[in-house]
Design a protein around this ligand. Structure first.
Ligand code: AMP
Length: 216
């Protein structure tokens, strides 16, 4: 696809707000690189790298990885894709991270998904993921063809340890406290765009309408 400008987009949303689903659809439709900090950290944990061992306890407890660790990691990851259009997902989560990113690469647009917290807590109980691809299923909503198996590979689906209700509640609280200032940071830059809805299917048409209007 020909573009006059490489889009540097960012997606914000509470844990389990459908950010993963919307991100997957965006990168597919607009053929851009998906850079997900959570997926990358889980991959390191899976591969038992030094970084994986360092961050494992934060993820299983639903806590944020320290700023210095995640910034160093994500700056290196973003340098790998500096000549590509990308959608950043899960980073930044604090104002310190947002400032570090802005210095490296000012983003063009910030898509903010707004989903009520009670809807999120209910949804997470039914969430299953395919670890290696990051595909997400919701029982009763986008149920896998075979329960417990990935539609594409047939491999096992897992429930993330940090999807347990206590960990989710903690993550939503952390999100509110730590990430609201990030939303304000981008509001001040004038590049924040809110998308409201209860489900990804409700939000998706609003997102495409907006991205299409940017004439990528
Ligand atoms: P996610 O898949 O985006 O919900 O991320 C899962 C977990 O990875 C979070 O609960 C954090 O422990 C860690 N993590 C991912 N991105 C960041 C970030 N930008 N800052 C700190 N911790 C992060």
């Amino acid at each position: 696809m020909l573009r006059s400008k490489l889009l540097k987009a960012l997606i914000l949303g509470a844990p389990a707000s459908g950010k993963g689903t919307i991100s997957t659809r965006i990168v597919k439709k607009y053929a851009i690189e998906h850079v997900s900090s959570g997926d990358k950290l889980r991959d390191h944990i899976e591969r038992k790298t030094d970084l994986g061992k360092e961050v494992q306890s934060y993820l299983s407890e639903g806590k944020l990885v320290p700023d210095d660790v995640i910034i160093k990691f994500m700056v290196a990851e973003l340098k790998k894709v500096e000549n590509q259009a990308w959608l950043l997902d899960g980073f930044p989560r604090t104002v310190t991270q947002a400032n570090a990113l802005w210095k490296l690469q000012p983003v063009d647009v910030v898509l903010n998904l707004v989903v009520p917290f009670d809807i999120i807590i209910d949804r997470v109980k039914n969430r299953w993921i395919h670890l290696s691809s990051g595909r997400v299923y919701n029982i009763g909503f986008n149920t896998p063809k075979v329960i417990g198996k990935d539609d594409v590979t047939g491999e096992d689906l897992i429930q993330r340890p940090d999807d347990k209700p206590d960990a989710v509640k903690k993550r939503l609280e952390i999100y509110d406290r730590m990430t609201r200032p990030v939303i304000d940071f981008y509001l001040e830059k004038g590049i924040l765009k809110n998308f409201e809805g209860k489900t990804s299917d409700e939000i998706w048409p609003k997102v495409t309408q907006y991205l299409d209007s940017l004439k990528l």
